[in-house]
Design a protein around this ligand. Sequence first.
Ligand code: ACO
Length: 326
Amino acid sequence: MIRSRIIGTGQYLPEKILTNHDLAKLMDTSDEWIRQRTGIAQRHVAEEGEGASALGYPAAKRALEAAGVDPGEVDFIICCTTTPDYLFPATACLIQEMLGCRRAAACDVSAACSGFVYGLATADAFIRAGLYKTVLVVGAERQANRLNWKRRETAVLFGDGAGAVLLRAEEGERGVLKTYLGADGRHADILIMLTGGSRKPFEDTTQEEEQLAIHMDGQDLFKRAVGAFGLAVHKTLEGSGVSVDDLDLFVPHQANTRIVYTAAERLGLPAEKVFMNIEKVGNTTAASVPLALDEAVRQGCLKEGDNLMLAAFGAGLTWGGALVRW
Ligand code: ACO
């Protein structure tokens, strides 16, 4: 059977770091409040003028290098982002040009924090259908210049960064075993960026407070996120022959430490099987899963044959999971 095996991973974090203490000088917040409620201690922030492609490119390049694959071998590039460089063209096209992947098709996938899992499932479907052999999936987010720094309830949560995986069609038992995706547009309004799109474009008259304003119902989201992580994992495992007890590592979207550990506890997953890096990078939206996965790989947390579960939840609402035999 043809499977999509992850043959390389990579990440990129901008050099500049903003700690909770730095934020406490800019707004009425504290290291204690942010750490207790979210698990975040710091986040990386890109330079002025850098878009998502400037972060996604080095992450993708490292994934190609880790796999020892030439850019010319890539058939398809999927970039998962909520912060594209431009409304069009797709950020994936900019990354294609930077990498020199001349043969590759390229497009973006938008599913907020679930974006990478959606991108991975799309790539896997193309590979299993026999259409493409080598697919690059990049999660890249440039959140910091889109945040309203006057809104402490959202400004403290997000960070910039990118992660990438290279998938290759292979015969055998290793690779993506199963994916599952879900969405519920009835709750689109509980996490939404209201301005800057076609319904409400930025105008000179738009109040500063209204611009770049992410509306978030934090408590509602918290409850739904815990439920959605559980659903994503159970649905992904369904019919796979792998149980929760068989999982060796869980790499979730780094939304918030409390959300993830509450979900893991309900699933019966011990904390030592849960990989977290939110403390150092914050919530990097669609980049969060591949960034954490690359970190787990670097730390030697995965060995051949391990059962890996990736899961995410985000605006939309959207959620999903991917079961991978490493
Ligand atoms: N610093 C200090 N105080 C703050 C801050 C801040 N950054 N933000 C809000 N507060 C204040 C509020 O104004 C409020 O004050 P009040 O009691 O005087 O009214 C108080 O802290 C408590 O606010 P709550 O919103 O009730 O705080 P809560 O305990 O719910 O924590 C949080 C807020 C962290 C957002 C929580 O609801 C949460 O984790 N929700 C999940 C949302 C999430 O993770 N979003 C990430 C993006 S979504 C995703 O990735 C899927």
